[in-house]
Design a protein around this ligand. Structure first.
Ligand SMILES: [Zn+2]
Length: 413
């Protein structure tokens, strides 16, 4: 059921492609599970794609890919994917043909399609709608190297397209369980981009310490195991939202990997999907252009429920308490080598929304919050901070130049 559109509510567009239905990553890889296609199937069963709400991703051309990636790397990836093998030198040089980043049939087209989808998502955002591209979020990809299951770096392309459309202040927020290192590095020298990453401490790629600020344009919030809903709310309300309000971005790009959810086999964070939906929903109004990407996530049940519900939230639909038999069927046919059958919880098959993880917030989260606020020179807790709607001048008490409405929303194409 679609809720009546609230005045001024932005439309949302889902960017997908059937290429994600093809087998990929071989057999023993954590990404060799149904992901985007299950979200699409579940949204179809729920009748959650209205007219114009689903768009098929184009495939980025090699010329487009070389706009960020090293042209020799793009060529090497295409040749390796089409040959189905790599030589030793290519493996060493580019990190492809490894356990982490295997070569498999359709690899190049799939990776280029995720870049094309993020470019399209940026164009949708520039036109004023909220874009959701769950196949995006390959945030570890480097200019000349595959890394962490990522071959290209599609968030970089979304941000570049927003720049081309006139957006001068892009805020990239990464809620995946892993540090968004590739995006941070790509824009470390670009004053138009600020990045923020909340990720599990001590987890690969072992970067993204609190002290890593990329010269002042990155905020990294490494969180302990079992990071739960109340703790996310603290960081959101006391760090992420105040920073977003100060930056007054004209575009927001979010990476929403599902590996921060409880039940993910590769990480130990413990968030409910409701806490993540709430976080995204709190961020969206803070910029006139919004691109929401996917990311990691290795439990197909929790991932499908998270991204399907995220689409509901972004597109103004009500999430039902329980799922119909047909909708449950989409979840029941999922399979994953990394999750034991007896560990598949009944609610992963019958509902979309998790019960909240209401573990109390730990003192170390308050300490992290305070340290981050000090680094960012956000006003001490308890200082009244004026809340501003997007487009209004931001508070003058943060030491930054005020932004006038005329400065905002200047990106139009
Ligand atoms: Zn991840």
């Amino acid at each position: 059921m679609r809720q009546p559109d609230a005045p001024g509510r932005r439309a949302a567009v889902f960017v997908g492609h059937d290429i994600y239905r093809r087998a990929a990553y071989g057999t023993m890889h954590p990404l060799a599970i149904p992901r985007v296609e299950s979200v699409v199937d579940l949204c179809h069963v729920l009748d959650w794609f209205g007219s114009g709400e689903y768009r098929t991703s184009p495939q980025a051309s090699e010329a487009e890919l070389a706009g960020f990636h090293d042209a020799a790397y793009v060529r090497a990836l295409r040749e390796a994917a089409h040959a189905g093998r790599v030589d030793h030198a290519t493996r060493e040089r580019y990190g492809i043909g490894t356990m982490e980043n295997p070569v498999f049939p359709g690899l190049f087209e799939r990776a280029a399609t995720s870049v094309g989808g993020s470019i399209l998502a940026a164009e949708i955002a520039l036109s004023g709608s909220i874009a959701f591209h769950p196949a995006g979020g390959t945030h570890h990809g480097r200019r000349d190297r595959a890394s962490g299951f990522c071959y290209f770096n599609d968030p970089v392309f979304a941000i570049r397209r927003l720049h081309q459309g006139g957006c001068q202040r892009v805020f990239y927020v990464d809620l995946d369980a892993h540090h968004g290192d590739g995006v941070e590095i790509a824009f470390a020298a670009d004053a138009r981009v600020h990045t923020l990453s909340i990720h599990e401490a001590g987890r690969w790629p072992y970067t993204g310490d609190l002290a890593d600020t990329a010269g002042g344009r990155a905020c990294n919030l490494p969180v302990p195991r079992d990071f739960a809903d109340a703790e996310l709310r603290i960081l959101l309300e006391d760090v992420v939202l105040p920073l977003a309000e100060r930056l007054a971005p004209d575009a927001l790009v979010l990476t929403c990997g599902g590996d921060a959810l409880a039940g993910d086999p590769l990480t130990r964070m413990a968030l409910s999907n409701v806490a993540l939906w709430d976080a995204v929903e709190a961020l969206v109004p803070l910029a006139p252009r919004v691109v929401v990407l996917g990311g990691g996530g290795y439990n197909p049940w929790t991932l499908t429920r998270y991204w399907t519900g995220l689409w509901a939230r972004l597109s103004g639909r009500t999430i039902p308490d329980g799922l119909s038999d047909a909708a449950q069927q989409v979840l029941r046919q999922l399979h994953c080598e990394l999750v034991e059958e007896e560990d598949v919880r009944d609610e992963w098959l019958t509902t979309l929304a998790d019960a909240p993880n209401d573990a109390p917030a730990r003192a170390q989260i308050a300490a992290l919050r305070d340290q981050a606020r000090a680094r960012l020179r956000l006003a001490p807790r308890g200082t009244p901070v004026a809340r501003h709607a997007p487009g209004e001048a931001r508070a003058a008490d943060d030491g930054a130049a005020a932004v006038t409405p005329e400065d905002r929303g200047g990106c139009t194409q």
